[in-house]
Design a protein around this ligand. Structure first.
Ligand code: ADP
Ligand code: MG
Length: 457
């Protein structure tokens, strides 16, 4: 019987699934796809170079053996990577040489219009996870994309670095580009605007400079804090702003701070920046961070266990860019050291990442186990249903310290203790708080423990 490529691959998957740990199977094997099967060569494409190397190294033999068994002939396994080139220009913490054997891309019937320079096609609304901290900014951006220059003009997004301002701003452009109308769009970092202005003055070509920025339907100026103290550029920008605004064109600006706090910026610009809507983009909360991580992992087609997502989300609180960096670092580490992605490995790989004031090696499970030791019981006993005082007291203390040191959500704490619900966790924490207030020996003991835990971090 001759098998087609897809059939063969599906049957390989079926057999591999039963013989491998679930995570290994999902991360390294089922995330790959079959390209072809002919002349005894089975060509498989992994989603990234990491995956390709790993698959080849650790599971190549397994896959090959299964294939030979199924086909009854010698099989040569060829594994390549289909990692797409990253278009956003910034280099991740660990730079990976992208060795890609390009797949022949299906030819579109007519070539899509080329996007304006500087625009990253990956920055879309689809890929933007919404949480409380960015809800208003996201909704306003979406509204602007759908009804440019009608609702909020200018739209001014501000917030600290790595929180998604550029992403949202470009999502507006990307949405307008697929929207059908041939919108003339210009994206420019304010810093570049300043540099071009300087060049224009030097080359006596300010007219051309002016014309270039006054002919767009949508002008996106990123990081306008760079205009501070550049009087001449501000002057120019002021006129450009007026021309576009009066012609009913949409302007979107981002900055690392509120317009009012942009000292060194002319008052008349500040006031224009506030004409439309000023929306802040804040730091994502825990749940949003986990959702973002899950999405990024899905996009990279890696499976990260919930404990690993939790670890990263607890450690990287300051920006989304940091979250992305953590995933890249983790994959690189696991690939380079040729180890499976486990929670232990993640803890080692991510050491030193995140807020330096945060206790690093601490995680809910570690605290639970440490507290258990002091009372002479195991972590497993604390996670069990036991109700005797020997386990209830350390269990309550552990919950209290986890909350205090890590600010872990109650539901999450409950999970570390065998799936207790959040009201039980609240009750436990209250009990400890009460006793801390009226039992000096107990308080001394908890203080000691807290110190030990913080030191071990
Ligand atoms: P900023 O311009 O605020 O410094 P960016 O827009 O460059 O931040 O975002 C940094 C990275 O984080 C980008 O890769 C972006 O795609 C990603 N990112 C930020 N916010 C989100 C979000 N809410 N959902 C998904 N990805 C996000
Ligand atoms: Mg930015």
């Amino acid at each position: 019987m001759t098998l087609g490529a897809t059939d063969l691959w599906n049957r390989i998957l079926e057999q591999a699934r039963t013989g491998l740990p679930d995570q290994a199977f999902r991360t390294w094997i089922s995330s790959s796809r079959v390209v072809s099967w002919s002349g005894g060569v089975l060509h498989v494409a992994a989603s990234s170079r990491f995956h390709a190397e790993w698959l080849e190294d650790k599971y190549g033999q397994v896959v090959q053996d299964i294939a030979q068994r199924l086909t009854g002939e010698p099989v040569e396994l060829r594994i390549t990577s289909e990692e797409p080139a990253v278009a956003d220009g910034r280099s991740p913490e660990i730079t990976v040489t992208r060795v890609v054997e390009p797949e022949p891309a299906p030819q579109p019937s007519s070539p899509p219009p080329s996007p304006p320079p500087g625009l990253n096609a990956r920055y879309t609304f689809d890929r933007f996870i919404v949480g409380d901290a960015n809800r208003l900014a996201q909704a306003a951006s979406l509204a602007v994309a759908d009804r440019p220059a009608r609702l909020y003009n200018p739209l001014f997004l501000y917030g600290s670095t790595g929180l998604g301002k550029t992403h949202l701003m470009q999502a507006i452009a990307n949405r307008m580009l697929v929207g059908g109308e041939a919108a003339r769009i210009c994206y420019i970092p304010a810093e570049q605007f300043v540099n071009e202005m300087v060049t224009a003055i030097y080359e006596h070509s300010t007219d051309a400079f002016r014309a270039r920025y006054r002919s767009h339907d949508l002008l996106l100026v990123d990081d306008v804090q760079f205009l501070r103290r550049k009087e001449h550029t501000q002057e120019e920008f002021f006129h450009t702003f007026n021309v576009l605004y009066n012609a009913g064109r949409q302007i979107v600006l981002t900055s690392d701070r509120h317009p009012k706090e942009l000292e060194g910026l002319e008052e008349r610009l500040v006031s224009r920046f506030e004409w439309g809507l000023v929306a802040d983009v804040g730091r994502p909360d825990y749940e949003t961070r986990v959702a973002i991580l899950r999405r990024k992992a899905d996009e990279d087609r890696v499976f990260l266990a919930p404990e690993i997502l939790d670890l990263i989300a607890c450690r990287c609180k300051s920006s989304v860019r940091e979250l992305e960096g953590a995933i890249i670092k983790l994959l690189a580490f696991s690939s380079l050291t040729r180890q499976e992605l486990t929670l232990d490995l993640a803890q080692v790989a991510l050491q030193g990442l995140g807020d330096p004031r945060e206790p690093h090696l601490l995680n809910p499970t570690a605290i639970r186990d440490e507290v258990g030791k002091v009372w002479g019981v195991t972590g497993a006993a604390l996670a069990s249903g036991g109700r005797s005082r020997t386990v209830t007291v350390p269990r309550q203390v552990a919950m209290f310290l986890i909350r205090e040191l890590l600010d872990t959500p109650l539901k999450q704490i409950g999970r570390v203790f065998g799936g207790r619900d959040h009201s039980t966790v609240i009750h436990s924490i209250r009990k400890v708080e009460e006793r801390l207030g009226n039992d000096d020996a107990f308080r001394a003991q908890v203080d000691d423990l807290r110190q030990t835990l913080q030191k071990s971090a």
